[in-house]
Ligand binder design. Structure first.
Ligand SMILES: NC(=O)c1ccc[n+]([C@@H]2O[C@H](COP(=O)([O-])OP(=O)(O)OC[C@H]3O[C@@H](n4cnc5c(N)ncnc54)[C@H](O)[C@@H]3O)[C@@H](O)[C@H]2O)c1
Length: 288
């Protein structure tokens, strides 16, 4: 599939990432079908997209007519089969290998001939996902960042069998979406999480060892390294359960003790202090 042949896109999963990905494709002129597990979830994702398009229009980032045009290009479905004939799929369901493999098999059946199947996984092996479809050369990672309509990066991950043609199409497509592609091979954590998560884990170890306070650790990294957010605050936003899961992938994938998850990180997750989403992590987030 060449980039100019891609006009119909199927996004699977309408959660945090999926609704942002569908938003961006619809806004950039692609006929987009968002697949969710249940009708209520599909409706909720559509409402979120409409609200976010409104916010962009109010800020002058897009014209009011762009919003209507984007919504007119957006449909929902309850299975890949209902979206049949798409040229590109971007899978953004929950981070679970077995679930993703099932979705990939369904996408393989429903896609147009030659379609590209992409995954937004943060940490699972693209090569293993590719192994369940007929032609693994057409599978690739498209790792968008949260919030998708705002963040410029798409980390592109080539699986072991991803073809040059597939990579070239996804590179060009990323530029068409107004984003910047950066390439990584299919090694645990790719680049983004392999570099970010050990830094967060080390900040948690420093807190655990009493080297510094949470505020000072975050201030040092914010003001000293020009990071927009300190690592402990960032971990709260990402979700401490997600951080722990990714450290687990790095630890297991490389078998290297330098990726050992901090015992404090494990304890925070055991205590249900998952960060912003649970109301408390390294900081408190009282419900408004
Ligand atoms: N949240 C982030 O910051 C972030 C950033 C980059 C990548 N990712 C990756 O993106 C993916 C999705 O993460 P998220 O944060 O959006 O999760 P989420 O929990 O917000 O959304 C997942 C969605 O998948 C849907 N889903 C589950 N089973 C389905 C099925 N069979 N068919 C259709 N939809 C189904 C769920 O209903 C849910 O709405 C994961 O692989 C994650 O690792 C997340």
């Amino acid at each position: 599939m060449r980039v100019m042949d891609i006009t119909r896109v199927c996004v699977v999963g309408g959660g945090t990432m999926g609704n942002g990905i569908a938003h961006v494709f619809a806004l950039k002129g692609f006929e987009t079908t968002l697949v969710e597990a249940k009708k209520e979830l599909a409706d909720k994702a559509l409402a979120t997209i409409a609200g976010n398009l409104d916010r962009q229009a109010a800020k002058g980032v897009i014209a009011a007519t762009d919003k209507d045009a984007a919504l007119a290009r957006l449909k929902t479905a309850l299975s890949p089969a209902q979206a049949k004939g798409f040229h590109l799929a971007v899978e953004a369901v929950s981070e679970n290998l077995e679930l993703k493999k099932r979705i990939f098999r369904d996408l393989d059946e429903a896609a147009a001939p030659g379609a590209i199947l992409a995954t937004n996984t943060s940490s699972l092996p693209v090569t293993e996902l590719a192994s369940v479809v007929k032609d693994p050369s057409r599978v690739i990672g498209m790792h968008f960042m949260n919030p998708v309509p705002v963040m410029k990066l798409v980390e592109i991950i080539r699986g072991l069998q991803t073809s040059d043609e597939t990579h070239a199409a996804i590179h060009a497509l990323t530029l068409k979406l107004g984003k910047t592609p950066a390439l990584a091979k299919d090694f645990p954590g790719f680049i983004s999480n392999r570099v970010l998560m050990p830094m967060i884990n080390e900040a948690i170890t420093c807190l655990h060892e009493g080297v510094s306070s949470r505020e000072d650790i975050d201030t040092i990294m914010k003001l000293g390294m020009a990071h927009p957010m300190g690592p402990l605050q960032l971990a709260d936003y990402i979700g401490l359960d997600v951080c722990l899961a990714i450290m687990g992938v790095l630890h297991e994938g490389f078998g290297d003790s330098k990726y050992r998850p901090s015992p404090l990180l494990k304890q925070m997750v055991q205590a249900g202090r998952l960060g912003v989403k649970s109301g408390a992590g390294f900081y408190d987030y009282p419900k408004k």
